[in-house]
Design a protein around this ligand. Structure first.
Ligand code: PRP
Length: 286
């Protein structure tokens, strides 16, 4: 089934990240079908084979060359210490890795955890951070449910991922110190085998990721206000300006970050823009 002339892309076999990777690849125009929870799926029309793996094995298997590229969490790449190249960030799956302690504990910094017990699924990152801060701790290395370990009497503090903070609140824990910020990433083996296919895959995925981040805004504005409008909407590279029948007016098309669209529309109205429309982008090549 698997072929040496095809680029092997490792993706998570289950969980949130598996759904996310599948959606991204489909939106990027890759057509594939996974048979009966199989290990492999061939992409039609592109020399790519998908390999379904455990998310935390993907960095190591990519460094070893079992797969050429992989979609996984930046946190797992760092913990594995795998020597891989990060090709792109997806802008999703954002989280923080942090030292957390009980709400009511009078402790101010991670350095004060010297000699204490720390439960974590990230022993390597934790050990290195403590060493950089002149501390050493007894690490209790676990695969999950780390936030329960203080109540179970196994640890004085934990190092865990925090996304919304609701798990911490439910367990009466607070962040003591953040170690790092991570998100879902695309990694590549540093021999860059089949680099042409890899680059075309990156281009396709970037098209989707940028389109998810931006909207296309179109509006009409009096020509005398064009400079002011361009300050509000400078665009990704530069805005497209078209003439209108009325020579005193022009029409502008420009990319705007989704999170800023409402504010930008309000500012354009104040300048005197009319017919301000937001259009959703599905894909792009810039
Ligand atoms: C992760 C992490 C925390 C939780 C944080 O667990 O380990 O427990 O999410 O998210 P929150 O800040 O939004 O509450 P995950 O659900 O991946 O399962 P795990 O416990 O098996 O690691």
């Amino acid at each position: 089934m698997i072929s040496d002339s095809h680029l092997r892309l490792g993706i998570p076999s289950k969980g949130r990240l598996s759904d996310l990777a599948t959606d991204l690849l489909s939106q990027a125009g890759l057509r594939f079908r996974r048979q009966n929870r199989g290990l492999f799926a061939r992409v039609s029309g592109m020399d790519v084979d998908l390999v379904y793996l455990r998310t935390d094995d993907i960095p190591t298997l990519c460094a070893e060359g079992a797969i050429d590229m992989g979609i996984t969490g930046g946190d797992l790449v760092q913990e594995s210490g795998a020597a891989v190249e990060q090709r792109m960030k997806f802008g999703v799956g954002r989280c923080r890795l942090a030292f957390c302690v009980p709400d009511d504990k009078e402790i101010k910094s991670a350095a004060e955890l010297d000699g204490k017990r720390i439960a974590t699924s990230f022993p390597n990152v934790t050990r290195q951070y403590l060493a950089e801060h002149g501390a050493q701790a007894h690490l209790v290395s676990l695969a999950g449910s780390v936030e329960a370990m203080i109540q179970l009497g196994v640890a004085d503090a934990i190092v865990d991922l925090v996304e919304t903070g609701s798990t911490l609140a439910a367990n009466r824990l607070r962040i003591l110190e953040e170690i790092g910020h991570y998100e879902t990433v695309l990694i590549q083996n540093d021999t860059r085998r089949l680099s042409g296919i890899a680059d075309s895959l990156v281009q396709r995925l970037e098209g989707v990721v940028i389109a998810r981040d931006y909207s296309l805004i179109q509006y009409n504005v009096p020509r005398r206000e064009l400079a002011a409008a361009e300050k509000v909407t400078p665009g990704f590279n530069s805005p497209t300006i078209n003439s209108l029948e009325d020579a005193d007016w022009c029409s502008v098309q420009v990319m705007v970050r989704r999170g800023e669209v409402v504010d930008v529309m309000d500012q354009l109205k104040l300048i005197g823009a009319t017919a301000v429309f937001e259009m959703t982008l599905n894909n792009c090549r810039l």
